[in-house]
Design a protein around this ligand. Structure first.
Ligand code: NAD
Length: 387
């Protein structure tokens, strides 16, 4: 049975309710989930909000993770996604040493049709209620404009479009993914040049578009795909790229397959049909199950663990919470080093005869166990109330 947080925690929690919460029908209910610090079901009938905030682990610092807006078929499907994504954020933050824990939220709605201001504001009020244990940012279906609305009811937001914030994390994620592709090529071929290499990109959104550009300028031959056919044609013309329909891109003959759309695309059905030498893309939770990393290893396909290669956006949003404020050169330097982190993980996995995914998780767990990279100074929110 779900226990309403506000009732359970009594008077103190009630005191910190914002006016908005008191006037609204916002409800926060805890869902007990083993292995997770806190999972909250958020609803506001008036505002049309149905959401989940999942906080996986707070050992290294407050949980930081994006808001995914997606029309899940069922509440259970949304919960499963939120839990998987939140756990992935714990690993990602640990390996990237940003001093944050893992969390993620999902809003059950169609981002193309249903993003009314009241819904986003009600969500922000729920984030505020958690008192900084969860800090949100953009993710799939949620734009910089959307987080600006969320910001109206909570300070615990990053990735806003103003001078003290870090803005859209997409380009930083894309650069980290590009560096990850270089590292993967280095391990596969002894050279990290993209000159003459074929890179197949699935998904041309915030990250995929920037990644395509970086790969183009580095001399790669591109194969592009997106469910938005107009977008694909436009970019293909710009870069002289080949295209493939969205149901065929995963099976493109290429050096590197870069999944940059949604998760669970590496599974029993797809892995036997892959024709790439390496998988290095930004999508979260690319493996349907951890064991699929072993299947990739058996097939001799080098896999760049998603939570390592796609940490660029996290490094960028985390940088705005530093005491001195957002200095773009700081995350740039750290994102660049994703190359070295991946090379180290490839070496460890080879030495230990384990999958690259297992090696990356072992590294994340080790850092959490010994508090390596743990936050010592509280994050500073530099945005003022009017931003
Ligand atoms: P986005 O929503 O901007 O873009 C996703 C793109 O994928 C869209 O253009 C969509 O049309 C396309 N797409 C969806 N299904 C597809 C399919 N079956 N085949 C081909 N294309 C398809 O998202 P984004 O911000 O670019 O992020 C992409 C992925 O990277 C997500 O998994 C996200 O969680 C992950 N990620 C993003 C960031 C970031 O900074 N934006 C950071 C870390 C991880």
């Amino acid at each position: 049975m779900h226990t309403p947080i506000l009732e359970k925690e009594g008077q103190d929690s009630k005191k910190c309710l914002t006016d908005l919460v008191q006037k609204s029908t916002l409800q926060l209910e805890r869902i007990p989930v083993k292995g997770y610090s806190e999972v909250v079901k958020v609803t506001d009938k008036q505002a049309g909000l149905s959401a989940i905030i999942a906080i996986h682990d707070l050992t290294m610092g407050p949980a930081l993770g994006g808001i995914r807006i997606q029309p899940y078929a069922t509440f259970e499907a949304a919960l499963e996604d939120a839990l998987r994504l939140a756990k992935g954020m714990t690993y990602k933050s640990s390996v990237a040493e940003v001093g944050f824990g893992g969390g993620k939220s999902v809003i059950i709605a169609d981002p193309k049709k249903q993003k009314p201001e009241e819904m986003l504001r009600a969500f922000g009020a729920a984030v505020q209620e958690l008192g900084g244990r969860y800090i949100c940012a953009e993710d799939v279906g949620c734009t910089v404009e959307d987080v600006k609305v969320v910001r109206r009811s909570t300070q615990y937001v990053v990735g806003l479009a103003h001078s003290k914030s870090s803005g859209d994390p997409g380009p930083f994620t894309a650069w980290g993914t590009f560096r990850g592709i270089q590292a993967t090529l280095k391990k596969l071929f002894g050279s990290d040049t993209l000159e003459g290499r074929t890179i197949a990109i699935q998904g041309l959104g915030n990250v995929g578009v920037n990644l395509a550009e970086f790969c183009f300028w580095a001399g790669a031959n591109l194969i592009l795909s997106d469910i938005d056919v107009v977008k694909v044609q436009k970019l293909a013309a710009k870069y002289g790229a080949k295209t493939l329909p969205s149901d065929q891109i995963l099976f493109a003959e290429c050096d590197i397959l870069a999944p940059c759309a949604l998760g669970a695309i590496l599974n029993d059905q797809t892995i036997p049909r892959l024709r790439c030498k390496g998988v290095a893309g930004c999508a979260n939770n690319q493996l349907l199950k951890d064991s699929h990393a072993d299947l990739l290893k058996e097939r001799g396909i080098l896999y760049a663990p998603d939570f390592v290669i796609n940490a660029g956006g996290l490094l960028n949003v985390a940088a705005e919470l530093e005491t001195e404020g957002y200095v773009p050169a700081n995350p740039r330097r750290k994102v660049h080093r994703i190359y070295d982190t991946l090379i180290a993980i490839y070496e460890i996995s080879e030495k230990n005869r384990e999958s690259t995914h297992a090696a990356a998780i072992a590294l994340a767990d080790y850092r959490i166990k010994y508090g390596i990279g743990k936050r010592v100074v509280s994050p500073t929110f530099h945005h003022s109330a009017e931003m």
